[in-house]
Design a binder for this molecule. Sequence first.
Ligand SMILES: Nc1ncnc2c1ncn2[C@@H]1O[C@H](COP(=O)(O)OP(=O)(O)OP(=O)(O)O)[C@@H](O)[C@H]1O
Ligand SMILES: [Mg+2]
Length: 234
Amino acid sequence: MSVLIGETMTGGYGGADILHGCTIAVEAGEIAVIVGPNGAGKSTAMKALFGMLPLRQGQVRLRGRDITALSPQDRVKAGMGFVPQVRNVFASMTVEENLEMGAFLREDDFRETMEMVYGLFPILREKRRQPAGQLSGGQRQQVAVGRALMTRPEVLMLDEPTAGVSPIVMDELFDKIIEIAAAGIAILMVEQNARQALNIADRGYVLAQGRNHFTDTGEALMANPEVRRSFLGG
Ligand SMILES: Nc1ncnc2c1ncn2[C@@H]1O[C@H](COP(=O)(O)OP(=O)(O)OP(=O)(O)O)[C@@H](O)[C@H]1O
Ligand SMILES: [Mg+2]
């Protein structure tokens, strides 16, 4: 059973449908990656999974439970974490305040989780008193991922976590994402760096125009001539 599945999702922002029967799933401990051209509906699919977009058809299930009607906040309580593509940190708040904000739904002691986040991203401990807006792009993405980890999600959704960072920083971030998955958290991420992302993906989805075009292991997608030609630049 998938940790998270959005099955045959159809819907949009009120006008014409953006998603047309799109299916995305991720298994425990797995890294699933969504790739596809600009405007393909990748972020829209993530928002639909997280409950930010009403579906006209289809269903979202978390560990088999139908959560299609749940609010994003209730999905966080149910075990989902989401790092959106834009505006994913509070720039004027310090790093530590951002992490605390991530834990706002928790009533128990979250210091241990914060220690785990600082263990994963040591630079954030050093910069914990600095406003997040003063950090580099890669460090801000670490804050955003750390913030989402503060609720100890079962599944972590990341929309373009490596946008705008250098190849070295991208590799470092991917290593951390592998580490998070190895700890048992299912990862679903959208990536513009398609080749590099498929390289670390257990499963990949190629979306175009709101539809699944290819679904396979990352390795098989990389080897597929049609995927290479149409979506990976040859
Ligand atoms: N808030 C919105 N209201 C109306 N239409 C939107 C909204 N956000 C996105 N769209 C439209 O939905 C379609 C899919 O956009 P989406 O952002 O999901 O694509 P994407 O695959 O994430 O692209 P990118 O690679 O540029 O991030 C586009 O046609 C876009 O114009
Ligand atoms: Mg997007």
